[in-house]
Write a protein that binds this ligand. Structure first.
Ligand SMILES: [Zn+2]
Length: 129
């Protein structure tokens, strides 16, 4: 399987910053990887593409991105986990509104469940901007 290139929102799946979005990982750590400490080629490509920005943050010239606030919704690390939970909930007999679908959270980079339809959701997203 060909690895996907990293973006700011890619969640690292190994190492001391496992489950952290790349843009939230301390730059010192990323820059240390760039010295040949990782075999994660897509991550290296990301670091090299953002080298100037990372160096500027390391020198204190650019503020580091703020650590994301923890979401109060139940967090799933992968889409598969969220889908599994969705399936489980569908089988339950409960009167309150059940979640309809999973979505990738723009705040924490994880996955949550929502009872909003895609249309309702897009409207909500637009209202944030
Ligand atoms: Zn979230």
């Amino acid at each position: 399987m060909e690895a996907q290139p990293y973006t700011d929102d890619t969640v690292l799946l190994w190492g001391p910053h496992k489950f952290t979005r790349v843009s939230r990982i301390p730059v010192d750590y990323l820059l240390s990887l760039n010295k040949g400490n990782t075999h994660d080629k897509p991550l290296l490509a990301y670091i090299q593409a953002n080298k100037e920005k990372l160096d500027a943050i390391a020198r204190g010239e650019t503020p580091a991105p703020q650590a994301s606030k923890a979401c109060d919704k139940k967090l799933f690390i992968t889409q598969e986990e969220a889908k599994k939970e969705l399936k489980r909930i569908r089988k339950l007999h409960q009167k309150k509104t059940k979640p309809k679908r999973e979505y990738e959270c723009p705040k924490c980079g994880g996955w949550h469940l929502t009872s909003l339809s895609l249309d309702e959701w897009e409207r909500k997203l637009r209202s944030f901007k």
